[in-house]
Design a protein around this ligand. Structure first.
Ligand code: UT7
Length: 320
């Protein structure tokens, strides 16, 4: 009998500090009108300086476990997708495991920037489908506010902090129907934090740098391609999808992707207006929101999509 993985619980966490566009406009040469018109973003949550990605991950993971009716000790694999880990090492996944009070199961981080959650979900699915593990916790957690140059209006307005989590369980029914992941390292220069720590100093830049328009064009192209690829694997058409949940970077990217795929805009889950771009946390946060507000329901088909630095991208088709 085929083993599939199913999403049996989701959780999300957003730090309490809510920063509006107007507040940013007091410190930067920008405006609420510009930010809303070019990105759709209205606000973002910013973590307290004492909170690391593992703290945000813990809150989201607890909610996901509760909604799955499971304890941390029931989890056989922990994957955390983050580009803003608490430390160089140990991994944020190991810190999360300890904070959850679990021990012994494998725990590791994925570094695929905004695509990290889709990469992590794909890996966890393979472990479950192979029969090696019966359950997995996959978390996207980020404090991008720490790697933003708050003087740079072209990037500072775009990002926020948060965490989203899902619990996967082995099942005789799908579940994760198909997934694809890709990368093109030749595009590493258009979105990067080109810094390193060496001999106690930061070498290079510790701040996010981006060629906005190149990223925009690349993102729309690969989101369409990977969406079609994963649908083709299942012999489905875009019209068979109940909900499209793309990486939440810019509402114009979401709209363009839906248009290219021929998916009605009413089927696109949008949280970028509320959360801004939370990198690896954006897709699980959006999924969690849409489950909690009753839009995404059991039995529906949901196309999760991500694209980010590397460049990396991917898509997962899920039957809820
Ligand atoms: O997770 C993936 C990461 N990133 C993305 O997906 C982002 C992809 N790119 C984008 O979303 C868009 O390219 C941006 C939102 C970053 C920029 O929008 P755009 O429509 O491509 O604007 P632009 O870069 O062409 O800039 C237009 C103008 C420029 O002024 P001039 O040269 O026309 O005088 C910018 O200097 O807007 C100016 N500008 C701003 N003005 C007010 C740039 N940032 C701001 C700002 N406020 N925050």
């Amino acid at each position: 009998m085929t083993t599939w993985s199913r999403i049996v619980g989701t959780g999300g966490y957003l730090p309490a500090n809510l920063v509006s566009n107007e507040e940013l406009a007091k410190k930067l040469d920008t405006s609420d009108e510009w930010i809303r018109a070019r990105t759709g973003i209205r606000q973002r949550h910013i973590a307290d300086p004492k909170q690391g990605s593992s703290d945000l991950a813990l809150e989201a993971a607890r909610i996901a476990l509760e909604s799955a009716g499971m304890k941390a000790s029931d989890i056989e694999l922990i994957i955390v997708a983050t580009s803003t880990p608490d430390f160089i090492f140990p991994s944020t996944a190991c810190l999360l495991q300890d904070k959850l009070g679990a021990k012994g199961c494998p725990a590791f981080d994925i570094q695929a920037v905004c695509s990290g959650f889709v990469y992590g979900l794909t890996i966890a699915d393979k472990f479950i489908r192979s029969g090696q593990y019966r359950s997995a916790l996959v978390v996207g957690a980020e404090v991008f506010s720490r790697i933003i140059d708050w003087q740079d209006r072209s990037t500072a307005v775009l990002f926020g902090d948060g965490a989203g989590a899902v619990v996967l369980k082995a099942d005789s029914m799908p579940g994760l129907m198909a997934s694809v992941v890709h990368a093109d390292g030749s595009q590493s220069g258009i979105l990067s934090v080109p810094g390193n720590v060496c001999g106690g100093k930061v070498i290079g830049s510790p701040f996010l740098q981006m060629e906005g328009q190149s990223v925009f064009k690349f993102a729309v192209r690969v989101l369409e391609e990977s969406g079609r690829e994963v649908l083709a694997q299942c012999g489905l058409q875009p019209s068979d999808i109940d909900w499209l949940i793309p990486h939440q970077a810019n509402v114009r990217i979401l709209e363009a992707t839906a248009k290219r795929l021929g998916i009605d805009p009413s089927k696109v889950i949008v949280t970028v207006d509320q959360h801004a771009n939370t990198s690896a946390a954006s897709v699980p946060l959006a999924l969690n929101c849409a489950i909690r507000d009753g839009r995404v329901r059991s039995g529906q088909k949901v196309l999760l999509q991500a694209v980010g630095g590397g460049f990396t991208w991917g898509a997962v088709l899920v039957q809820m």
